[in-house]
Design a protein around this ligand. Structure first.
Ligand code: CA
Ligand code: CA
Length: 127
């Protein structure tokens, strides 16, 4: 399912080749695909934000395990993840995550991602 959300609608181009039956099936498949994506975006699900958060938490854990992150750095990064969780919960509270709310989450996750990379490559580590 996750792949659907990341696909830009413009990238789905049915080919002009093939017989009429074939392109009818293709069009039908495209319509189903678009309505599934449309329904998912209309409600309060945030699969992309959830996947990114899982990824970021794994990066922090990996950083602690490898010694690139001090416990203090990890605590700060985890506090940012908690903040993002709260923002996500508030965005969902009214039952609809708007485009604006998605952008806000995306921007916060971009910043946190950079913070994780920075803290993993600075001079403070456990060694
Ligand atoms: Ca909302
Ligand atoms: Ca560090």
């Amino acid at each position: 399912m996750a792949a659907f959300y990341d696909r830009e609608p413009g990238h789905f181009v049915p080919t002009a080749k093939g017989n009429t039956m074939n392109s009818t099936i293709r069009m039908g498949a495209a319509l189903i695909l678009f309505s599934v994506a449309g329904m998912a975006l209309a409600d309060n699900e945030t699969p992309r934000a959830d996947a990114r958060q899982e990824n970021q938490e794994a990066r922090v854990e990996q950083g602690v395990a490898s010694g690139e992150l001090t416990q203090r750095e990890a605590n700060r990064l985890e506090a940012r993840e908690e903040h993002i969780d709260n923002v996500e919960e508030r965005a969902k509270a009214d039952g609809v995550v708007t485009r604006r709310e998605r952008v806000k989450l995306e921007v916060k996750q971009d910043r946190t991602s950079r913070a994780i990379a920075k803290q993993k490559h600075d001079r403070q580590d456990r060694h």
